[in-house]
Design a protein around this ligand. Structure first.
Ligand SMILES: NC(=O)c1ccc[n+]([C@@H]2O[C@H](COP(=O)([O-])OP(=O)(O)OC[C@H]3O[C@@H](n4cnc5c(N)ncnc54)[C@H](O)[C@@H]3O)[C@@H](O)[C@H]2O)c1
Length: 281
């Protein structure tokens, strides 16, 4: 799909992969609507992009709230007379499968899964009507294989892969010029390991438990050793231009994880935890 003159809407656009994608889309000539729950970071991101010559508006939003995501589409239509790409990118990490309060599971699933559902509902009907558009939903390597210490996150990212695959098939059956991709990165140097900054106040005490602190410390080390978000943005852009479904920035780890699951399903040994290639491919 052409990017010049199109409008890209990016949730979680104030930081990390979302912000890098915004820079890359602007470079390709797209107008931008950035949605983020962090008002100040969003204002900073929008200011910096404008200074660089981008056409961009920022809209404070919580992707778990349907009306907030509809407001992103409305902002695209009002400011740029169209919307052509939705990046369902906003996401947060949670705790382990054992001992995580249900309210924390709900928060993670709300942002990571409801956010994607809201993005699809708000944008796909418009894309089908105009016979042009592309949906990129962000999952993770944690959506291709379970890992310890990340129960809610894995649940949410497996859900995103499933939703994105269903969407892909339905769009193909529709015969319309609307594409879908799923992004499954390994570790990327962003602020994902500081997700608790956006956790509802009343849930934050949970982060001070030893199990959560131990997992957070490990996740932070891996994130710091990860790839630059600009590399992810480049891979995302290439996939949109080529209308490719899988976006595997750490391809070797993604394929190894998937093959090991198939071997396990066919009566082999359960896969061992192996982070080789999940930081630097
Ligand atoms: N960094 C990694 O190692 C990694 C690996 C695989 C997948 N991912 C995924 O990439 C996506 C982007 O994360 P990132 O790594 O850039 O992290 P990040 O924390 O740097 O950026 C996430 C952005 O989402 C925003 N956000 C959080 N909750 C929100 C909400 N309810 N509504 C709107 N915006 C919200 C944050 O304010 C932030 O600006 C996430 O879906 C994440 O799960 C990240």
């Amino acid at each position: 799909m052409e990017l010049e003159g199109r409008t890209a809407v990016i949730t979680g656009g104030a930081s990390g992969i979302g912000l890098a994608t915004a820079r890359r889309m602007a470079q390709a000539g797209a107008s931008l609507v950035l949605g983020d729950v962090e008002e100040e970071s969003l204002a900073r991101a929008v200011g910096a992009l404008r200074e660089g010559g981008a056409r961009v508006v920022g809209v404070t939003c919580d992707v778990a709230v349907e009306a907030d995501v509809v407001a992103l589409r409305d902002a695209a239509l009002a400011n740029f007379a169209g919307a052509h790409l939705i990046f369902n990118n906003a996401g947060v990490g949670g705790g382990p499968a054992i001992g995580t309060p249900k309210a924390v599971w709900d928060w993670v699933m709300g942002v990571n899964v409801d956010g994607v559902i809201n993005g699809i509902n708000a944008f796909v009907p418009l894309f089908l009507e105009q016979n042009e558009g592309h949906v990129v939903s962000t999952a993770s390597l944690a959506g291709l294989g379970g890992v310890p210490g990340m129960g809610p996150y894995c649940a949410s990212k497996f859900a995103v892969v499933g939703i994105a695959e269903s969407l892909f098939h339905e769009l193909r059956l529709s015969g319309k010029n609307v594409g879908a991709s799923v992004l499954c990165p390994g570790f990327v140097r962003t602020r994902i390991d500081e997700s608790e900054r956006n956790m509802p106040e009343d849930l934050r005490a949970y982060n001070d438990t030893p199990a959560v602190r131990a997992v957070s410390a490990m996740a932070s080390d891996a994130v710091r050793a990860g790839i630059d978000p600009a590399v992810v943005a480049e891979a995302v852009t290439a996939a949109v231009l080529e209308n490719r479904f899988w976006i595997l920035t750490h391809e070797h780890a993604a394929i190894r994880t998937s093959e090991q699951r198939v071997a396990w399903m066919s009566g082999g040994q359960p896969p061992r935890i192996n982070l080789e290639g999940a930081t630097r491919p």
